[in-house]
Design a binder for this molecule. Structure first.
Ligand code: ADP
Ligand code: MG
Length: 255
C-alpha cells in the first residue's frame, strides 16, 4: 500500500445508465483491517458501487484509487488480480462441487507451481500443494464448515451455501473484500457465523465493504456506516448516529 493513504479511495464516482443516475458523485475511503457498511433503500446504488469498484461497470466519471493506482474502468479480471474480491447478491458457487472443492477454487489464485512441476510431481510442487490444502482446511475450520466439507453445495441449506461462498472469497486472500447482502436469508445462528468470519478477515488486515441492512448484525461489526439514498451519501458515521439522523430516518428507517 501507499503509506499514509487508505487502501481504497472512491472519489466523486458518477454512474449513469441511459439517463438514470445510479451514483451521483460518491466518495468513500476504506482502510486495511476495517469494516465499512453500506446501507440504503432498494435502488439507492449500493450494488452499483460494488460493480464499479470490481470493474463490472466503468464509471461515467470519478476515480477508484486502490493502493495509489486509479483502477476505474479496468477489466474485472485485472482488478481481481490486485486482491479485490466480491460476492454477489445471489450466491455463485459451483453447485455440483463440494464445499472443499469450491474453497480450493477460491484459493487457486495463490497457487504458483507450473503445470509441468505439478505433472512431474516435483518436491516443490508437492510441498506447495500440501501447504495450500492445509490452508484450505484451516479456513474451513475457522468458518465452521468442516462438517460440510465433502458435501456438494447444491444439497446444503441456503445459509451454508452463503457461508461457503464467503469462505471461498476469503481463500483468495483478498486485500479488499466486498460482500453484497451476505446476511440475507440467513438464520440468526448463520448470521453470527458470518459475523465471526468477517471479524476474522478484518483481524487479518482485510478491508471489508459490507452491504447489509440488519442493524443488529452490523452493530457488532462495523467501524463506519455510510448511508445512500438515490445514489448520494446522506450519512457517514457510527451506528448510533445513523439511527438518530433525521435524513436517514426519513429515507430509510421510516419506510
Ligand atoms: P441497490 O443495490 O442499492 O438496491 P442498485 O445499485 O442495484 O441499487 O441500483 C441502483 C439504480 O441503478 C437502480 O435504479 C437500478 O435500476 C439501476 N441500475 C443498476 N444497474 C443497472 C444496469 N445495468 N442498467 C440500468 N440500470 C441499472
Ligand atoms: Mg443491491
Amino acid at each position: 500500500g501507499v503509506p499514509g493513504r487508505p487502501l481504497l479511495e472512491v472519489e466523486s464516482v458518477v454512474m449513469s445508465f441511459a439517463g438514470l443516475r445510479a451514483l451521483a458523485g460518491v466518495s468513500l475511503a476504506l482502510e486495511a483491517g476495517s469494516v465499512v457498511a453500506l446501507v440504503g433503500p432498494n435502488g439507492s446504488g449500493k450494488s452499483t458501487l460494488v460493480n464499479v469498484i470490481s470493474g463490472i461497470y466503468r464509471p461515467t466519471a470519478g476515480r477508484v484509487v486502490f493502493e495509489g493506482v486509479d483502477i476505474a474502468g479496468w477489466q474485472s479480471y485485472r482488478i481481481a488480480r490486485l486482491g479485490i474480491t466480491r460476492t454477489f447478491q445471489d450466491p455463485r458457487n459451483a453447485p455440483n462441487l463440494t464445499v472443499r472443492e469450491n474453497i480450493i477454487m477460491g484459493a487457486n489464485r495463490l497457487y504458483r507451481s507450473s503445470a509441468l512441476a505439478v505433472a512431474l510431481d516435483t518436491p516443490a510442487a508437492r510441498a506447495e500443494e500440501d501447504h495450500f490444502l492445509s490452508r484450505v482446511e484451516a479456513l474451513m475450520a475457522a468458518a465452521e464448515l468442516k462438517p460440510y466439507a465433502d458435501t456438494e453445495i447444491r444439497v446444503l441449506p441456503y445459509g451454508i451455501q452463503r457461508l461457503a461462498e464467503v469462505t471461498r472469497a476469503l481463500a483468495s486472500e483478498p486485500k479488499l473484500l466486498m460482500l453484497d447482502e451476505p446476511a440475507a436469508g440467513l438464520s440468526e445462528a448463520e448470521s453470527a457465523q458470518l459475523a465471526r468470519l468477517v471479524r476474522l478477515a478484518r483481524d487479518h488486515g482485510v478491508a471489508v465493504l459490507l452491504i447489509d441492512h440488519h442493524m443488529d448484525f452490523l452493530a457488532e461489526l462495523v467501524d463506519e456506516v455510510v448511508v445512500f439514498e438515490a445514489g448520494d451519501e446522506i450519512y457517514r458515521g457510527d451506528m448510533d448516529g445513523m439511527r438518530s439522523h433525521p435524513a436517514v430516518i426519513t429515507a430509510y428507517l421510516g419506510i
